[in-house]
Design a binder for this molecule. Structure first.
Ligand SMILES: [Zn+2]
Length: 827
């Protein structure tokens, strides 16, 4: 900041001389392309019509298809195999006549000849948990996966597909999709029933990596099965893309139709089954005691065990050859998943919500003893907490049950009413003592909130996951973040960072980025792109752009417009604007269609006070300013210090008028000019001038530089000399003439001592060091280190004893052929 008590020309009279040139430049050259950055999105969005309106709502002729399922499936535990009879009733509610329908055969992704496996690149050829690193490398996990594929065949073994009359229909399998040709075209408003049988091997999830499979517990020689994408499902037929039969490559998830499910699951008689839907035959599969406990759980204040840890432990020790059939019905769901094991502990607790249609939801958790003690403590609470928070931002939870199953080590996966979640404590191999890490605890709570949250997005707000990952993962991660902050302060959602905006800056500065608006299977840096960045964007939108009131209303409007329907990105973008009255096109462009990051630097601050232009008042100030800008010559001062006398000092008769009067001495001509100036002023101008001088107004010009490129609002904190502060949020529209640099004018009665940008970390500004003028010295601690000696002492290494081997063999084994001359013969 410069301190200059300048005799500036009257600001009110000659406004913004510096600005004028800037503005000219902006209009001609459009620095940073503000014309593009602030242009409306119309050219990028699909044209609205009768199915989707320009306001982002479903149109008057919105339609979607419907598919009802009946399935009888048997789990063969010895062979890790499913066999099923399946029937689908497909209703054509589109205005189109269909000559064929498509089924998605997701299990075919595991076939040796699948598009997914053949197109896999080396870097991704591992499993979900342990991928191969960069360069030529091969992990144990990747080799294990290769061997697992060698050992067994996967994919569906499909029987013939028949219609209701038993007539065989012509089918064509294309990788993970199967076309069924209809003998007579399916006209609008009509339906068709198809029936078929199928079998498939269940994958070893730990070896292969999948969204479902089986898990083996070697210590107890037991299994659990969690079945997802386990049956052939109708491909969605939509108004915006026709059949969404983009092949399943692993990343892009599932685009599905709503319908009712009636599923009979036959499993070993000692298994407990957790499933989408409501259990239809509790009397046949549960004991009287279990049913009584379930009843008690409905009104309990904390989770009630339906199967206790002790009972589960006893149960997993036995085994049986008998089978039992559990029957579940799920209404208005887009998918169906289930889990089964003799290992399960089961707890439940009723959740009462303020909704006439669904006042009561049963929250339940299923987990093996390996999950204890954290699962009984946190899981069901996390399920209920999710419904409490998400419902506030969207709509009441519409289903009768909400379930969390402990299906794997880490991570999670969502289905209607049922979620598969990871994280377990660790048992010490020697002592058996059970401990758990901080990341296991918060990972568990976090993943349950995330996956149960998915029951809202996309299981109910049914976005097209095969195309857009961010529409469910991004929105859901945003709400997960909100729910976690409401679970516990400083919840470590994003590593050790509690603020998503601090987490996302590193990604947004990285070079190998694609826009959020990228097809799911082409996204690089998948997690930050599709999860954290959209979550961060929505956090910026809520706290820094729209404010909570406008944002929350618009977000609820989107959720309610599109629940049990199929929104596209345009429907989201349009609804958020439509319901709030905030032009957000610049925001969607920057955050969703671009890869720039946020980094704005606070530049120079120039301070002025308004000049009276009265020479008697101003000239002395000018003299001071001149002296402070142009200090006395160093040589002149040194001369004086050395006692050197100038000629004029030695001959005083050489002095005249100019030795007595500097250029800042006021003349009468100056006074006359001032008088003329005052007289020429219009009355209102004189009033303005006198008032500004009387108030002692300070005038500031503050420069901002957009380094990151993304246009952003500027939440400022102005600090004054008296120690007080003022929050001053500048909207992003400040960049609409020049997106690279702007100067902002402040007129204040108090003297400003600093301007700070984004003190509260609201806009994901990547470089905080340039966010304050005057600059701060950054303070931290430095640790001394010792330089490492990397030299290998082969002679010393050869002397090392071989662990657990007799001495004679040891020297050869340890030394190896290169070491022969150095073999230690004596000690
Ligand atoms: Zn997710």
């Amino acid at each position: 900041m410069k301190h200059s008590l300048a005799a500036l020309a009257l600001v009110a009279l000659l406004p913004l001389t510096a600005h004028a040139s800037n503005a000219d430049k902006a209009v001609k050259g459009m620095p940073g392309d503000p014309d593009k950055l602030f242009a409306q999105l119309d050219t990028l969005l699909p044209t609205p019509g009768v199915t989707r309106t320009a306001s982002g709502a479903p149109g008057a002729q919105y339609w979607q298809q419907r598919a009802d399922y009946r399935i009888q499936v048997t789990l063969d535990e010895k062979r890790h195999r499913l066999s099923a009879k399946q029937s689908i009733t497909y209703m054509n509610r589109s205005p189109d006549t269909l000559n064929y329908i498509w089924l998605q055969l997701d299990q075919n992704i595991f076939r040796d000849d699948s598009l997914a496996r053949r197109s896999e690149v080396a870097a991704n050829a591992g499993t979900r948990r342990d991928t191969v690193g960069s360069g030529d490398s091969l992990s144990f996990a990747a080799m294990r996966r290769h061997q697992a594929f060698e050992d067994r065949e996967y994919g569906y073994e499909m029987g013939p597909v028949r219609d209701a009359s038993g007539r065989m229909l012509r089918t064509t399998v294309n990788d993970t999709m199967m076309r069924i040709d209809l003998p007579t075209p399916l006209r609008p408003g009509t339906s068709i029933e198809i029936n078929f049988e199928w079998q498939s091997n269940i994958v070893d999830e730990a070896a292969i990596g999948a969204r479902g499979g089986y898990e083996y517990f070697p210590k107890s020689d037991t299994y659990q099965y969690f079945l997802a994408q386990w049956f052939p499902r109708l491909v969605a037929y939509t108004d915006y893309t026709g059949w969404q039969h983009k092949q399943f490559l692993g990343r892009g998830e599932f685009t599905l139709e709503f319908g009712d499910y009636d599923v009979e699951i036959t499993v070993p008689a000692d298994h407990i089954v957790a499933s989408t839907g409501v259990l239809q035959n509790p009397d046949a599969v549960l004991t009287a005691e279990q049913r009584a406990r379930l009843k008690r759980a409905e009104t309990a204040k904390k989770p009630v065990f339906i199967v206790t840890p002790e009972e589960a432990l006893a149960n997993e020790k036995e085994g049986t050859n008998r089978n039992r059939t559990w029957r579940f019905k799920g209404e208005n769901v887009r998918d169906f998943a289930w889990a089964s094991s003799r290992k399960y502990i089961w707890d439940a607790m009723g959740y009462r919500q303020n909704d006439a249609k669904r006042p009561f939801v049963m929250a339940m958790s299923f987990y093996p003893n390996e999950g204890e003690p954290i699962w009984s403590k946190y899981s069901t609470h996390a399920v209920i907490h999710t419904m409490e928070v998400y419902s506030r931002f969207s709509f009441p939870y519409p289903y009768p049950v909400a379930i969390s199953v402990n299906s794997w080590e880490r991570g999670g996966m969502e289905y209607p009413m049922v979620t598969f979640n990871g994280y377990r404590p660790t048992a010490d191999e020697k002592t058996g003592e059970v401990t758990y890490s901080r990341s296991a605890k918060y990972g568990l709570i976090g993943v349950i909130i995330h996956e149960v949250g998915h029951i809202y997005f996309p299981m109910i707000v049914n976005s097209d996951e095969r195309q857009w990952t961010w529409m469910d993962e991004g929105l859901n991660t945003f709400l997960e973040y909100i729910a976690e902050l409401e679970w516990e302060e400083n919840f470590p959602t994003f590593g050790d960072k509690t603020n998503v905006l601090d987490f996302i800056t590193a990604y947004m500065q990285s070079t190998d980025q694609v826009p959020i608006m990228t097809n799911s299977d082409t996204i690089v840096q998948f997690g930050p792109n599709a999860y954290s960045k959209p979550a961060a964007a929505l956090a910026v939108l809520r706290e820094a752009v729209m404010g909570r009131e406008l944002f929350d209303h618009a977000f609820r409007e989107y959720s309610n417009r599109w629940k049990f329907k199929r929104p596209t990105p345009a429907d989201f973008f349009r609804t958020m604007e439509d319901a709030s009255g905030v032009d957000l096109d610049w925001f969607w462009r920057g955050w969703f269609y671009g890869t720039d990051h946020v980094d704005v630097a606070v530049g120079d601050i120039r301070e002025y006070q308004v000049s009276s232009q009265d020479p008697d008042a101003e000239f002395p100030l000018k003299r001071q300013e001149f002296a402070s800008n142009w200090p006395e010559s160093y040589s002149q001062r040194q001369n004086r210090a050395e006692g050197l006398k100038t000629r004029v000092d030695r001959y005083p008769e050489l002095k005249d008028f100019y030795n007595e009067n500097d250029q800042f001495v006021v003349t009468n001509k100056d006074r006359n000019e001032f008088k003329d100036f005052r007289e020429r002023l219009r009355d209102w101008e004189r009033t303005v001038l006198d008032r500004a001088i009387k108030a002692g107004e300070y005038v500031y010009f503050v420069d901002f530089k957009n380094i990151g490129g993304l246009v952003t609002p500027l939440p400022l904190t102005l600090t004054y000399a008296d120690g007080s502060t003022e929050e001053y949020p500048i909207p992003a529209e400040v960049w609409r003439y020049n997106a690279l640099e702007v100067t902002k004018l402040f007129v204040r009665r108090k003297r400003l001592v600093s301007v700070e940008l984004d003190r509260n970390h609201l806009i994901a500004d990547a470089d905080k060091s340039n966010n304050i003028t005057p600059r701060r010295i950054e303070q931290s601690r430095i640790e001394l280190f010792r330089g490492r000696d990397r030299e290998r002492n082969q002679m010393l290494d050869a002397l090392a004893e071989l662990k657990g081997e007799p001495k004679a063999e040891k020297t050869e084994g340890a030394a190896g052929s290169n070491n022969v001359p150095l073999q230690p013969v004596a000690k």
